[in-house]
Design a binder for this molecule. Structure first.
Ligand code: LLP
Length: 387
């Protein structure tokens, strides 16, 4: 739902553009920090969700850490004043240059995904005469969808270290003198709306911790990754995720050792709902069973529907027409998958109407492309426009 001022502003802009409601982002950050501070939990914002400067600056002002997955994200975190002591660097394929960026910036932690990666980080750290702090990313074998442990498929998964490799990892750690084990890292998936999946994760973390404990190891921190989902169906009634229930669950089930810190890496839950992609209807044409509303944004601005068959709410924000009809809302790109929604009920829609594609603040703009030589869509912030 947009205010009259916002709608007026939209009419004066070239379309398509990304619109960010910074007040909503601020309220989300307030709610997040209130809920996490209750238990003294540490939240790293997952940069991959949205790396717009204005958004990062606001997030940084709430003292969140950074979860980065490339050397450039680490550099961007530094450029937006995230302290090195709060930068975690994850990723299954860190290049030597990227590892060196992490080492040169004395980041909080490398989330290590394999034995060969440990070997390389150790080598590069040795060359610089540094000790690299690492967390082992352990594949928890937890199904984020069905909330049950799975027992197959681990060998097909590129992420993390499998539990049967841990004995060898500990042996190597005795040899790799330039690594310091400071944490254990887990991540089960993204857009998880049923909290029982996180319950399964907590139980698995408890088991893994017990295994380490039996090998006389207690790490400084546990990092349980991100994944908290948002309400794509009803962005207005679910504009801020239920952070309280999320953290309460970890507090209830995950068994931390004395003085051990708990870290999270949330992306989508922080930024998704503050963003909308605003687009103009170019043409309405009759199809066999439905109408096509052809809009000027496409999969180049928002690839989630084409790539993951993801649902984003589409609203006609121009008309107050009461009569409705069925529309496939499609973009101009030369791909049949360039479709934001099929057979959507919208008010009678005409050329020139504006549509809002909602909940695009995470994994929207960052995944945009120049396919078909499309121009980059602009980003507009409510904060710059005195709304
Ligand atoms: N930590 C790790 C290790 C991750 O791999 C991810 C996301 C996150 C944290 C942040 O997850 P979040 O809190 O945002 O769910 N492009 C896809 C999502 C890819 C997520 C990749 N990893 C989409 O548009 O749905």
């Amino acid at each position: 739902m947009f205010t009259t001022k916002e709608l007026e502003l939209f009419k004066s802009q070239n379309t398509p553009f990304y619109y960010y409601n910074m007040e909503l982002l601020e309220q989300t950050l307030q709610s997040l920090t209130k809920a996490s501070q209750k238990y003294n939990y540490h939240v790293h914002y997952a940069f991959k969700a949205n790396t717009n400067h204005e958004i990062l600056e606001l997030i940084q002002s709430y003292d969140l850490g950074a979860d980065c997955v490339s050397g450039n994200e680490v550099l961007k975190a530094k450029a937006t004043n995230f302290p090195s002591s709060k930068i975690a660097f994850a990723g299954v394929g860190k290049s030597d240059d990227e590892i060196n960026i992490g080492l040169d910036n004395d980041i909080f932690c490398f989330n290590c995904e394999s034995l060969p990666e440990m070997e390389v980080i150790n080598e590069l750290a040795e060359k610089k005469g540094k000790i690299a702090p690492i967390a082992l990313r352990i594949n928890p074998n937890v199904n984020a969808k069905t909330h049950h442990y799975i027992t197959t498929g681990l060998e097909e998964n590129k992420f993390g270290i499998n539990r049967w490799e841990l004995e060898e990892v500990l042996n190597k750690l005795k040899v790799y003198k330039n690594l310091k084990l400071i944490g254990l890292h887990f991540h089960i998936g993204s857009q998880i709306t049923d909290l029982s999946a996180f319950k399964s994760l907590c139980l698995r973390v408890n088991e893994v911790q017990q295994w380490f404990y039996s090998h006389h190891i207690i790490v400084d921190h546990i990092n349980v990754g991100g994944g908290l989902g948002i309400g794509y169906e009803n962005p207005d009634s679910n504009s801020i995720p239920d952070f309280e229930s999320f953290f309460d669950l970890f507090n209830e089930i995950l068994e931390l050792r004395p003085k051990q810190e708990l870290h999270f890496e949330l992306g989508r839950a922080v930024t998704a709902q503050c963003g909308s992609l605003i687009s103009k209807v170019l043409y309405v044409k009759k199809g066999i069973k439905t109408n096509f509303a052809i809009v000027d944004a496409g999969m180049t601005e928002l690839i989630r529907p084409a790539l993951y068959q993801a649902y984003h709410k589409v609203e006609n924000i121009t008309t107050d027409e009461l009569e409705i009809d069925k529309y496939d809302v499609v973009g101009p790109i030369c791909e049949s998958s360039d479709c934001f929604g099929k057979a959507l009920y919208l008010p009678i829609t005409k050329r020139g109407d504006l549509v809002a594609i909602r909940s695009t603040g995470a994994y929207g703009e960052v995944l945009s492309s120049a396919y078909n030589l499309r121009s980059k869509a602009e980003s507009i912030y409510s904060s710059n426009l005195n709304i």
